[in-house]
Design a protein around this ligand. Structure first.
Ligand code: FNR
Length: 370
């Protein structure tokens, strides 16, 4: 279908489910066990309502957002997805860079350790110095490989390191397990995948490259040899957020990996609502980045997370599908749809500036009804 027929982010997945090769769609769409967390991630946003303000002049809307203490045009970023080359063999991650770097957008892009294109090529494709790229790290059992990777990313000029901490082992993703990851997939596979790795499921093949023995000590060690800000991606408890701040991390991503890891892990927006009062009382709502991802599909979802106190939000699958179906143009269209929804929803909410968003604009009474 022509790109003009796409009216919202959800529709990219609907089209992808009909058009992408079965095996690719299975890997992209799979989540854990009965996929309850996957569904609840989005559903939780649907339990939060707005309490809009009236009679505010909403002619000019400013979406400028501070992340890492720096100003960005918009409050969202592209979250990491492995293997963009499966769905878009010619473009891979590079065609996402082009959309992110477009001067109208300047959207930060998180690059997966398991990218199809090399990190060098992804960084080289950046045509706009104002665009940030963040490197997502899966920690290898061999720490020298990990150390080299971090140092390479820093040298190439990425702006932050996001260490994924919710994936000691891939979740039980049955849709994906039905297909074999073969040697031919390896060609479109991550640049870090050197040896012949075949397995049941794409996630299974990748899992051999992730260490089950990762602990807090490792995070502290990374700080010894990199100056990159470190963010832990996949934090799901208030005490772990606090611990991350205490050991000197620059932030966390509240995330359950899109429901792909532990099924029945709490939807991130519920963790955010629970955590924010504690974080505020400790001053961690100011100089500490509290990102969130999982199930964010609408401008209203973004605003709800920001009202609760998120620094910025990550979105992964819709951009992955947009890139697989329509390449750079598709990703730009997805950005454009989201920005338009944000402006419209802010107007109707009666706010003109991201900094005006606060919990008083929300009705959270339904949030904890399951
Ligand atoms: C992911 N995600 C992910 N996360 C990560 O830290 N490293 C990775 O390589 C990947 N790979 C990946 C592949 C695919 C196909 C998906 C759908 C997701 C998780 C991703 O960054 C994000 O946390 C979740 O997908 C939640 O966001 P959405 O998809 O609900 O917007």
């Amino acid at each position: 279908p022509p790109l003009e027929s796409v009216f919202n982010l959800n529709e990219f997945e609907v089209i992808a489910s009909k058009i992408l090769p079965e095996k690719v769609y299975a890997y992209y769409a799979c989540s854990a066990d009965d996929e309850v967390s996957y569904r609840q991630n989005h559903h939780s946003y649907q339990k939060i309502y707005f309490r809009p303000k009236i009679l505010v002049d909403v002619t000019d809307i400013d979406l400028t957002t501070e992340m890492f203490g720096r100003k960005f045009k918009f409050p969202f970023y592209v979250s990491a997805t492995a293997l963009c080359g499966l769905g878009n063999p010619e473009g891979g991650e590079v065609s996402i860079v082009k959309a992110c770097a477009h001067e109208e957008f300047c959207i930060p892009q998180m690059i997966s350790t398991f990218s199809s294109n090399s990190l060098e090529d992804i960084v080289a494709a950046k045509s706009n110095s104002a665009q940030e790229q963040w490197f997502q790290l899966y920690v290898n059992g061999d720490r020298t490989i990990t150390k080299d990777l971090i140092l390479k990313a820093e040298k190439l000029g990425v702006n932050a390191l996001f260490v994924t901490v919710d994936a000691a082992q891939p979740g039980n993703r049955e849709r994906d397990l039905r297909f074999k990851f073969s040697n031919s997939d390896k060609k479109k596979g991550p640049n870090v995948m050197k040896q012949g790795q075949t397995a049941n499921g794409t996630s299974g093949a990748l899992s051999k490259l992730i260490d089950t023995a990762l602990t807090w000590k490792d995070i502290e060690n990374f700080k010894i040899y990199t100056n990159l800000p470190i963010v832990l991606k996949g934090v799901q408890r208030v005490d772990d957020i606090i611990k991350a701040a205490e050991i000197g991390c620059s932030g966390v991503v509240l995330s359950n990996h899109g429901g792909r890891q532990l099924d029945f892990s709490v939807p991130p927006v519920e963790v955010l609502a629970e955590a924010m009062p504690t974080l505020r009382s400790r001053g961690l709502d100011k100089n500490f980045n509290v990102f969130i991802d999982g199930g964010i599909r609408r401008g209203t979802d973004v605003l709800k997370a920001l009202c609760l106190g998120a620094t910025g939000v990550g979105i992964a699958s819709p951009f992955l599908y947009a890139n697989s179906l329509y390449g750079t143009e598709g990703v730009e269209k997805a950005f454009d749809l989201l920005v338009k929804e944000l402006i419209l929803s802010m107007r109707l909410l009666g706010v003109t500036d991201i900094s005006q968003l606060n919990p008083d604009l929300l009705d959270l009474r339904g949030l904890y009804d399951r």
